[in-house]
Write a protein that binds this ligand. Structure first.
Ligand code: GUN
Length: 293
């Protein structure tokens, strides 16, 4: 029997801890944790993510502000907003939702966020701290941090002796995920679209993490029997069985057939997704604690 990890339940326990830490901080220091989320343009999926983030921030007891900017926003306007949030002492976390519209260059924007407020963990200072194993003073990218928490629920803190394969090499997920697994003593392979014979590489994994952005690409024969499979993909596909024009969310793993081979698997939706928001809240209260000294 395969164990399906309930990410919503694990995320709920993280959120409870965040609420406790938030109210303790406010009682002890008078500091209310503050999160600012910035979204540019009209992408419906991004709007839905950002709405969930802002709502959860309020539920956690944060000061929660959302800046919704039009698609025509210029690089300078966005840079100016980030600068003002950097200088706002009531804001401890800044998140600029990605992707930005094509005419904007996201890299200078992300690098202009003060590292102490970079709750996405994308600033080179935070990426560098993770790469050098300094987990105590940096901020870690939310989706990999959440995925690692799920892995730890199954395998414990120490992943010594386990082979982990991460498929995907983005700055937002693949690279930090590999670093986190390495920090936890796993033997880590980062595979990607240019990897030769991806299924064979994937089959070496005790812990297989899929973040390719291709619906149901990871098949049963990519999976070592008994492996733990973490599905980070969120893909919307046509679902004619639900009626004309209807869609549904699927991951990067062919869930039903993979469940016959894996010992543990995360579902989509309800696996890694809820963990991303929970870890964003955790990063914000951590940043607020640090700012309060
Ligand atoms: N777009 C999709 N996931 C994320 C995320 O974790 N952070 C940001 N900023 N944008 C995203």
């Amino acid at each position: 029997m395969t164990t399906v990890i309930d990410g919503k339940q694990v995320a709920a326990s993280v959120i409870e801890a965040v609420k406790t830490a938030t109210s303790a901080l406010e009682t002890e220091t008078g500091v209310k944790a503050g999160l600012a989320v910035v979204i540019v343009g009209d992408d419906p999926a991004s709007h839905s993510y950002v709405t969930s983030k802002s709502k959860m921030a309020k539920e956690c007891g944060f000061k929660s502000i959302q800046h919704t900017l039009p698609a025509e926003t210029t690089q300078e306007e966005l840079a100016k907003l980030v600068q003002s949030l950097n200088e706002d002492a009531s804001i401890h976390g800044i998140l600029v939702q990605l992707p930005l519209p094509k005419h904007l260059n996201s890299e200078p924007i992300i690098q202009s966020i003060r590292p102490e407020k970079d709750v996405d963990g994308l600033h080179v200072v935070n990426a560098g701290k993770l790469a050098t194993g300094d987990l105590a003073t940096g901020l870690i990218s939310c989706t990999p941090a959440g995925a690692l928490l799920l892995v730890r629920r199954i395998h414990g803190e120490d992943l010594s002796g386990l082979n982990a394969v991460v498929i995907g090499r983005s700055n937002l997920f693949g690279k930090p995920m590999a670093q986190l697994l390495l920090n936890a003593n796993a033997t880590v392979t980062t595979a990607h679209s240019r990897t030769k014979d991806l299924p064979s590489v994937a089959r070496t994994a005790d812990i297989l993490v899929a973040a390719v952005g291709q619906p149901q690409m990871v098949k049963a024969d990519w999976i070592k029997p008994g492996a733990t499979v973490i599905d980070v993909g969120v893909n919307r596909i046509a679902a004619p069985e639900r009626g004309e024009g209807r869609t549904r969310l699927v991951g990067d793993v062919a869930f039903t057939e993979a469940s016959d081979v894996a010992a543990v698997i995360t579902p989509v939706p309800g696996g890694v997704g809820p963990m991303t928001i929970a870890m964003l809240m955790a990063n914000t209260v951590i940043a607020a604690h640090r700012a309060a000294g």
